[in-house]
Design a protein around this ligand. Structure first.
Ligand code: PEP
Ligand code: MG
Length: 898
């Protein structure tokens, strides 16, 4: 197997690149695109890429090298030295390299990088001689030791930062740049001492020289350890968490790119930056990004210094030409990749070098605008435009915004890095955000800047606020990817993370931990207190893409809604009907009292009175629902949950009784409560989800389905008389045998006939069932003979197929199952293949029983893009999901059809 691939030119200027952009599973995204850029003639510093497969083999063999790999790397290293006409570690004119990770999927900042590799006590002399710049040279060496120690050896970065701070104090230097070449040379010696003092000889016997650990001088050792560290970083906790979050497989591995160093820190005609070919926040066709003059590599991404906008590059003395070339390259890359690209570059003494490109991450709003603009520009087709938007991301657009009518004072401004608004308690560490989330409190994470270590906190928080860094800083990139609101670079914010507070410069305002704050990532503002939030509407670009999606999709989209407001919202979002109206949701509030009366009284008259009240209430509910959905189908499900869900908790009653007894309460009251508790206890079941619920309720208490069907039919009759076109359908839940359905169908038909008679209107009401039990799926041919439609309740079908309690297991053992890969993903979120097989069987057999049967899905999976694709392929007629997921399901259905 080939493990190493060259990229860039040779000494004669010939392109010797061996890979291309389609090899990202071998070379990683970075390596594949470096190769591609070299192939199309862009200026890429020469280097080579070690494959992702080598990383996995190394990891799987307990961190030992596959045979021959080191020799192959060595050969490519020598080849690179020949191409550059320089040797690594050379005392005269040394070659310096960077060693960077690069996985098949972008994982920004999650894995390790080492810069300036190849410096040692000999080659530093060569660097000084060649650059005639001792200060730059010593600074490069000290950066290398620091980075190598931290990244490769895992030493605490503070050891080095403290040494720098002390040096500055001693020398009276205000900032790093005030340190002289001599100061930096002294620091190098101190850093080497820190290295010797803190690296264990036991762990690294190879580094022991003269009985003591020494900073490695041999470039081969430096290179090998750095590559091993990058390989190892694939499995560091933050990378592992990021992969889980982003559904990236654990077995892809990372490639390692060893590349000739170019320097953005060689003075004022040198710079480094990151850019997008279009605005990554709103999609505007403009250059978007930041750069720093006289800075190296990670300084921009880390957000350590505040940056300048990329558009200004062309105006800066000594950088104009590189700036113009860069703008030309933006166009070349967009035309070549036919997408918005993200770029890292360095300008070394006026010469532009491309360090990376990849398809740029963008907000949902930007994704929509860019897709539509590129279609108009003729760069991509309509079908491609539909594919360019991630359905899951649309959620972002349905994120809250500040209410336009709200009044508030802006206390500070920063950059609008990721849109949407967030309200929460200020917290100053990722751990505090995670803890608050566990307690159900909403937070805004306030940091000087974020680092990959903050990831868990960024996920837990509602929004992210930083005082440093640009729109391409870590916080901004990650927040946009997650769809979390983010305001960054709020310079007025003086954060004291130790004390857990932040002062606003120029004011006497101090924000303390737990104080409510609001941020708006769309405008970049910070507000004290909680601002009212509102949900945005579907307009503009989203409407355009969804209209395109509707042209190509074949799967119908309905919504799960149980009140007229949600029904209207679903309709506005493009739902073509209601796939599930859960009538039990109509029995809450004051209605709960009525149903309790029904359940707890055996007196027939009291029961009938309660049912009469429920009839009136239900008729009103259905009237509103059918009216909102006039002309569209509304599937009403008859009562489904176990009855005790409507009752008080006997445990709470028990506590109450105990209290009354202890405080000498009224004996009559106590007796009454005890009687109630015993009555409620008599309804308790060991497995309520497998007990008296669903259609079984209607068979045991026929008065309930009769009441519900009468309410449906009467509401329909009233609307018809008003000249409207109501289209209710009746759904019988949790059927396991055709006989249940036959019995309840007869009850429903009889009741409908009575209402027709009484109201004098003809009522066509399809009657169907839910398929939520394995027995129903496998006998769907029989059940189909009695059903006009099937709706697959994949929540219960998942529960009953796995035998997993849907109310318990997601917090019990499913996390461990996911971690140990016993389950590839949560089957309650994305439909499991086994459950999908039952759905498929149900659809096929259902058509045997009734060739005209309509089949849909109404479980949570109906709003999950991956599941939508599976349902499309099974040949379902529609999916039904919660109102806010309707737009996303429309898009996912279109993508499935393409
Ligand atoms: C289902 O089981 O998938 C379903 C839609 O019904 P519910 O979630 O109400 O049990
Ligand atoms: Mg169900």
């Amino acid at each position: 197997v080939k493990r190493v691939y060259a990229f860039g030119k040779d000494a004669q200027g010939n392109n010797v690149t061996e890979g291309d952009k389609d090899m990202k599973y071998i070379l990683g995204g970075k390596g594949a695109n470096l190769a591609e850029m070299a192939v199309i003639g862009l200026p890429v510093p020469p280097g080579f890429t070690i494959t992702c497969q080598t990383c996995m083999e190394y990891a799987n063999a307990g961190n030992t090298w596959p045979e021959g790999a080191l020799d192959e790397i060595n050969k490519y290293r020598q080849d690179l030295e020949e191409r550059m006409g320089k040797r690594i570690g050379d005392a005269d004119d040394p070659l310096l390299v960077s060693v960077r990770s690069g996985a098949p999927m972008s994982m920004p900042g999650m894995m390790d990088t080492v810069l300036n590799l190849g410096l040692n006590d000999e080659s530093i002399k060569g660097l000084i001689k060649h650059t005639e710049n001792p200060r730059f040279s010593w600074d490069s060496y000290r950066r290398f030791i620091q980075m190598f120690s931290n990244v490769v050896m895992g030493l605490d970065g503070d050891l080095f930062e403290n040494a720098i701070t002390t040096k500055k104090l001693v020398k009276g230097a205000k900032s790093d740049t005030d340190l002289t070449a001599e100061d930096l040379e002294e620091l190098v010696a101190e850093f080497k001492q820190i290295f010797s003092d803190n690296v264990s000889a036991e762990d690294y016997p190879l580094l022991v020289v003269d009985g003591k650990v020494q900073f490695p001088q041999d470039p081969d050792t430096q290179l090998r350890l750095a590559i091993e560290a990058v390989f190892g970083s694939w499995n560091n906790p933050r990378a592992t968490l990021y992969r889980k979050q982003n559904k990236i497989a654990d077995d892809l591995g990372t490639a390692v790119n060893v590349q000739t160093m170019v320097f953005g820190n060689k003075g004022n005609t040198s710079a480094t930056g990151v850019a997008f070919t279009r605005n990554a926040a709103d999609g505007t066709n403009e250059f978007y990004g930041d750069y720093l003059v006289n800075a190296q590599g990670e300084d921009v991404v880390a957000g350590i210094r505040n940056t300048s906008p990329i558009a200004e590059l062309k105006e800066v003395e000594g950088l104009q030409e590189a700036g113009r070339e860069l703008e030309g390259i933006f166009g070349i890359l967009e035309n070549h990749y036919r997408d918005m690209m993200d770029i890292e570059f360095t300008i070394e003494q006026g010469k532009l070098w491309m360090l990376q490109t990849r398809v740029g991450k963008r907000t949902a709003a930007a994704a929509l605008k860019i897709a539509i603009d590129m279609e108009k520009e003729g760069l991509i087709t309509k079908e491609e435009a539909i594919q360019r938007v991630d359905p899951e991301q649309l959620d972002q657009l349905l994120h809250p915004q500040f209410d336009k009518n709200a009044t508030y004072d802006v206390v500070a401004r920063g950059l609008n890095a990721s849109p949407g608004a967030a309200v929460g308690e200020a917290v100053f560490s990722a751990a505090d955000a995670v803890e608050a989330k566990a307690e159900g409190r909403k937070t805004v994470l306030v940091r000087w800047e974020t680092t990959p270590d903050d990831l868990a906190g960024m996920i837990a928080a509602e929004g992210i606020l930083t005082s440093h860094g640009g729109k391409t800083s870590h916080a901004a990139v990650i927040a946009r990817g997650m769809g979390a609101p983010c305001v960054c670079g709020v310079e007025a914010l003086r954060i004291d993370a130790e004390k857990k507070e932040a002062a606003i410069a120029g004011t006497d305002i101090v924000i303390r931990e737990g104080d409510m704050i609001s941020i708006d990532g769309t405008t970049g503002i910070l507000v004290l207190g909680a601002v009212d939030l509102v949900m945005p509407e579907l307009t503009g670009d989203l409407d355009t893409i969804l209209a395109w999606a509707d042209e190509v999709r074949t799967l119908g989209i309905r919504a799960n809604a149980d009140n007229p407001a949600d029904a209207q919202l679903s309709r506005d979002f493009g739902a073509e009907g209601i796939g599930l109206c859960r009538t039990e949701h109509m029995f809450l509030g004051d209605r709960k009292q009525i149903i309790q009366t029904f359940i707890l009284n055996e007196d027939q008259e009291v029961r009938e009175e309660a049912v009469a009240k429920l009839f009136e209430a239900q008729k009103g509910d259905f009237y509103g629902m059918f009216k909102a959905m006039d002309g569209l189908p509304v599937i009403v499900r008859l009562l489904d949950p176990p009855l005790h869900e409507f009752l008080e908790s006997p445990r709470a009653l028990d506590v109450e009784i105990a209290k009354l007894e202890a405080t000498g309460g009224d004996a009559a009251v106590i007796a009454e409560k005890r009687a109630l508790m015993e009555k409620i206890d008599s309804f308790a079941e060991q497995n309520p989800m497998l007990g008296l619920r669903g259609c079984r309720l209607g068979i045991v208490y026929p008065i309930l389905p009769v009441m519900q069907v009468r309410a449906i039919a009467t509401a329909m009759a009233e609307l018809k008389k008003e000249g409207l076109d109501p289209k209710p359908e009746i759904m019988i839940p949790l059927v396991s045998t055709v006989n249940e359905l036959a019995k309840l169908r007869a009850v429903a038909e009889q009741t409908i006939a009575e209402v027709e008679e009484a109201e004098g209107v003809k009522l066509e009401i399809p009657i169907g069932t839910m398929i939520e039990l394995p027995r129903a799926a496998v006998t769907a041919d029989e059940i189909g003979t009695k059903a006009d439609f099937f709706s697959f309740g994949t929540n219960d079908l998942t529960q009953t197929t796995f035998g997993f309690s849907r109310d318990d297991v997601e917090s019990e053992f499913v996390p461990q199952y996911l971690a140990e890969k016993i389950l590839p993903y949560n089957p309650f979120a994305t439909v499991d293949p086994g459950v999908a097989k039952l759905v498929k069987m149900g659809v096929e057999l259902g058509h045997v029983g009734n060739p005209d049967i309509t089949c849909g899905v109404c479980g949570e999976h109906g709003g999950d893009p991956d599941s939508v694709k599976i349902f499309h392929s099974i040949g379902l007629d529609y999916v039904s999901c919660s109102p806010y997921r309707v737009p996303l399901a429309r898009l996912a259905a279109a993508q499935a059809a393409l």
